[in-house]
Write a protein that binds this ligand. Structure first.
Ligand SMILES: Cc1cc2nc3c(=O)[nH]c(=O)nc-3n(C[C@H](O)[C@H](O)[C@H](O)COP(=O)(O)OP(=O)(O)OC[C@H]3O[C@@H](n4cnc5c(N)ncnc54)[C@H](O)[C@@H]3O)c2cc1C
Length: 346
């Protein structure tokens, strides 16, 4: 009879696996995390923005109140646990495109719809050098960006120091089912949870709708600390500005494409009329789903297998909240919300 290595084996340490590991450990469970340690992952390529008011039509994002009111507190807690800074709260300034856009916003604001995420409203340009905002814009609150590589590195180090981490490729051939448990190689676990992002996984045939995206880093003279967002986002990061991003459902390569870089540069020129130099480009594939909601839950047949995946374009804001919810479910404290339950795909 083998000894149990840990309660849970987590496959994949992107932002999803990291948050799930923290949540399980906080509830007193033991985990083992394995990750194949490659650079072509969604979390390593992401811009890391969290923003409660999104999209071309600028509406409150799905579950904004649940996700955003204490989102920054969750990351700040992890900053103090891990002794590393990775959260950068920053207001997002979103210029109006037209006078109609401005009027529309004024009307929508009157009914308090954007509370508590709106910081300010401007009818005239706020005078940021080379930013095109002739009709003013809105300033959003409870937003910013997460430096994902720093968050992932610090989380990995924390798990390594506890002896809970291994760099290796999970091999499906080495998995076997036991009564009330699951074995991987020589080790036995209560459950294995896949946080393996956009991958083919023989246990889950899910209607993912992956979306590739490019981001470029530029050097320019942007004299603001706000993230500016109209057509493209510009995130000031020290001596460079990150500009993104593109959306492509067809080409799922992790190599930045010339067409994507060009599209970003053209859209940038409509927002920012100053000179800029292209420093670097990167690309990644977002694990997006058929209905834009995550895939969370247990396998229909094998209750020792679970999944925590499909965070699409919003991994930064979705994973802390849903890690807590999933662990509540795993501990028998609640039912899984239907909207995110992976069983909805069957
Ligand atoms: C260009 C771009 C911009 C983005 N911008 C934002 C943004 O501004 N804000 C936001 O919230 N989100 C953004 N995203 C989306 C965000 O990156 C994702 O929601 C999030 O990273 C998904 O995380 P994940 O942990 O599920 O997957 P991943 O980050 O892909 O992690 C999966 C992990 O599993 C590991 N793995 C896979 N298979 C195996 C195996 N067999 N064995 C061992 N390990 C394995 C991989 O090595 C990887 O580390 C962006 C994504 C892209 C590509």
């Amino acid at each position: 009879m083998s000894q149990r290595k840990a309660d849970y084996l987590i496959v994949g340490q992107g932002i999803a696996g990291s948050w799930l590991a923290f949540e399980l450990i906080e509830r007193g469970l033991s985990v083992q995390v394995i990750d194949k340690g490659i650079s072509e992952t969604s979390s390593k390529r992401a811009a890391g923005i969290y923003n409660p008011i999104t999209g071309r039509k600028m509406v409150k994002t799905w579950r904004a109140e649940d996700l955003f009111l204490d989102l920054e507190d969750h990351y700040l807690e992890k900053e103090s646990l891990l002794g590393t800074k990775f959260l950068h709260p920053k207001s997002i300034y979103r210029p109006f495109r037209t006078i109609e856009d401005q009027n529309d916003w004024e009307g929508r604001m009157a009914d308090g719809f954007f509370e508590p995420f709106l910081k300010d409203f401007y009818k005239n340009s706020i005078g940021l050098k080379d930013i095109q905002d002739p009709y003013g814009g809105i300033l959003l609150d409870k937003c910013g960006y997460l430096d994902l590589p720093s968050f992932l590195d610090a989380s990995k180090l924390f798990l390594q120091n506890k002896g809970m981490y291994e760099v290796k490729v999970f091999d499906f051939e080495k998995l076997s089912f036991e009564e009330q448990a699951i074995r991987y190689e020589d080790d036995v676990f209560e459950k294995i949870i896949f946080c393996d992002g956009f991958q083919s996984n023989p246990f889950w045939e899910l209607p993912f709708r992956p979306v590739r995206g490019e981001i470029i880093d530029i050097k320019c003279d942007l004299n603001t600390d706000f993230i500016v967002n109209q057509g493209v986002f510009m995130i000031p990061k020290g001596d460079r500005v990150a500009v993104g991003s593109t959306y492509d459902h067809n080409n799922l390569s992790f190599e930045p494409q010339e067409s994507g870089i060009k599209s970003l540069q053209e859209r940038l020129k409509k927002l920012y009329t100053g000179d800029f130099d292209l420093l670097e480009a990167r690309a990644g594939v977002r694990p997006a789903t058929h209905d834009r909601k995550p895939y969370i839950g247990l396998h229909q047949k094998y209750k020792t297998l679970g999944i925590f995946n499909g965070f699409g374009t919003k991994g930064v804001s979705l994973t802390p909240y849903f890690a807590k919810h999933f662990v509540d479910f795993l501990l028998g404290n609640c039912e899984l919300e239907e909207e995110v339950n992976v069983q909805r795909t069957i």
